[in-house]
Design a protein around this ligand. Structure first.
Ligand SMILES: [Zn+2]
Length: 515
């Protein structure tokens, strides 16, 4: 029975990913070598449809040799840079790592914190402490557990909150900042790279966003050349910053930005080739979230007013400007009252309201009855599954889903702009590719999520996969997946696909309605 089950699952995988290559020898020699090095690149805010804007030869080369997930999505509600980088760096949802967007209720103090933009707190290690407070291990922790002498470097352009979260537990966390007219490397910690790296000499003439990917790649190349880290964790910020600035309406604006991404990847790939370790390196390239256009704007001033009118409700914080609304209350037991009141207003672009309920130590989101009645059953379940990824003490108490391409932020100076962070498909859909020893060639339609990245890397690299991760090992990317990995992946597939398809179809209906 065991063998038949295994064969059946292997068959399913080869249908999904393409024909498995013939085994080179006997069973003993079939096991592929483990990679020696890891390069994990996050192209910030890179929508999968950007892949068609320009040739992107180097990204395409990695895609053509590895496994590309064309149905990957963030899979947790926040879909913002700090939250997603914390998810990628741990393999757990925000409800466990407690990094909720750009602000949240600090579970230790009960007060609201804006930690991701507070450089003093970041330099003091607050983000790392927050993420690991409940014993959540990071990718970097697993590197050091495997070999304490191995080094991990995380690097960004100006996104220190990306370097600090994806690099929680890393030896060197670096980013760039404009100092005396030049964009220069800054050290978050915990250690300063040794003098022989001369890392401070990597600079850029200014901080304009289309120079930042080149800066981050040059800094990465310098660190790889001098330190040879076991793991390089690299955030390329330009696609996100350009997407916010230009929106995604006009492809021409984004074309040179995505070419810059590809050029940054070229620099890193060439360094590993120059050192003769390219074929020993696992490359993982993804995005932390997508980008939503400003086709519709919710009436945030009316929403703030309505919130203030809910009797007896004080404000801890509220956020309506992204691609969803979120409210934190000093007294979370008022969540149902506030959600019901906000849903009754039927604000244009707002699809309903959810509220968080605590039972003992467990948290769960529920829909107010009018919201449950107005959304289709599959969409309601998908929204609740996403909401529950931040159902913890730090997460919001009330959530307001917005329709597709709907934001709460407007600007007088530009016709088009972008935002992200929420339930919608364009916030959620991301590219994901893996390439390197042990990885097969092909395209997978499996609904991979950001939580899968850490356990998959840990498994492929031969590090320990911590117990308690929310993600699964993406066995269908492997040349020889274990039966346990295959069945674990299959076990989550149906629910994830139902949720993903419900959100994708909802987006399609709103952006391309049938006549
Ligand atoms: Zn952004």
């Amino acid at each position: 029975m065991f063998c038949r089950g295994l064969l059946a699952l292997t068959f399913v995988l080869s249908l999904t990913v393409g024909t498995a290559p013939p085994l080179a020898g006997g069973a003993a020699s079939a096991a592929p070598a483990k990679p020696s090095y890891l390069v994990l690149i996050v192209m910030d805010g890179f929508r999968p449809d950007y892949l068609s804007l320009a040739p992107l030869h180097h990204l395409r080369a990695l895609m053509s040799q590895g496994t590309y997930y064309d149905t990957a999505w963030v899979g947790d509600l926040e879909s913002t840079t700090p939250a997603s980088h914390a998810t990628i760096g741990t393999g757990v949802y925000p409800r466990k790592h407690n990094v909720i967007g750009f602000g949240w209720r600090d579970p230790a103090t009960g007060r609201f914190t804006y930690a991701p933009t507070n450089t003093n707190q970041i330099h003091a290690g607050y983000l790392e402490k927050t993420m690991t407070a409940d014993g959540v291990p990071t990718l970097s922790d697993e590197v050091h557990l495997h070999n304490p002498l191995d080094r991990v470097v995380s690097i960004s352009g100006e996104k220190y909150y990306a370097a600090a979260t994806i690099g929680a537990g890393a030896d060197y966390q670096l980013y760039g900042w404009l100092v005396n007219g030049k964009f220069r490397p800054q050290v978050i910690g915990p250690d300063t790279p040794p003098a022989r790296t001369h890392f401070q000499t990597v600079t850029s003439s200014n901080s304009y966003f289309d120079l930042q990917d080149g800066f981050a790649a040059n800094l990465a190349v310098r660190m790889v050349d001098t330190i040879r880290p076991r793991a390089l964790l690299l955030n390329l910020p330009a696609t996100d910053e350009a997407g916010h600035y230009y929106g995604t309406h006009d492809a021409a604006d984004m074309r040179r930005i995505v070419k810059g991404d590809d050029d940054a990847i070229r620099k890193v790939m060439n360094e590993y080739k120059r050192l003769g370790i390219f074929s020993k390196t696992l490359f993982v390239v993804t995005a932390d979230h997508g980008m939503v256009e400003n086709s519709h704007i919710v009436p945030i001033h009316s929403m703030y007013t309505a919130f203030r009118k809910v009797a007896g409700t004080a404000q801890l914080d509220q956020e309506y400007r992204e691609s969803m609304g979120a409210v934190w209350l000093p007294d979370p037991s008022q969540a149902e009252t506030v959600a019901t009141s906000m849903a009754q207003q039927h604000f244009p672009g707002v699809e309903g309201a959810f509220y968080k309920v605590q039972t003992g130590n467990a948290f769960e989101f529920k829909a107010v009855p009018s919201t449950a009645a107005s959304l289709s059953k599959p969409l309601l379940r998908a929204y609740l599954d996403l909401a529950n990824t931040e159902a913890g003490p730090a997460g919001a108490d009330v959530l307001l889903p917005y329709r597709e391409d709907t934001l709460g932020f407007s600007t007088k100076n530009r016709k088009h702009w972008g935002k992200h962070g929420g339930f919608s498909w364009f916030s959620q859909h991301v590219p994901l590719l893996l390439e390197g020893p042990g990885v097969r060639h092909g395209v997978s339609h499996f609904p991979a999520e950001l939580v899968d990245i850490a356990p998959t890397i840990e498994h492929l690299m031969g590090w320990q996969v911590p117990t308690g991760v929310d993600g699964v090992v993406l066995g269908d990317a492997e040349l020889s997946p274990s039966a346990a990995d295959v069945s674990a992946q299959q076990a989550v597939k149906t629910r994830r696909l139902q949720d993903l398809r419900a959100i994708q179809a909802h987006s399609q209906a709103q952006t391309h309605p049938t006549q």
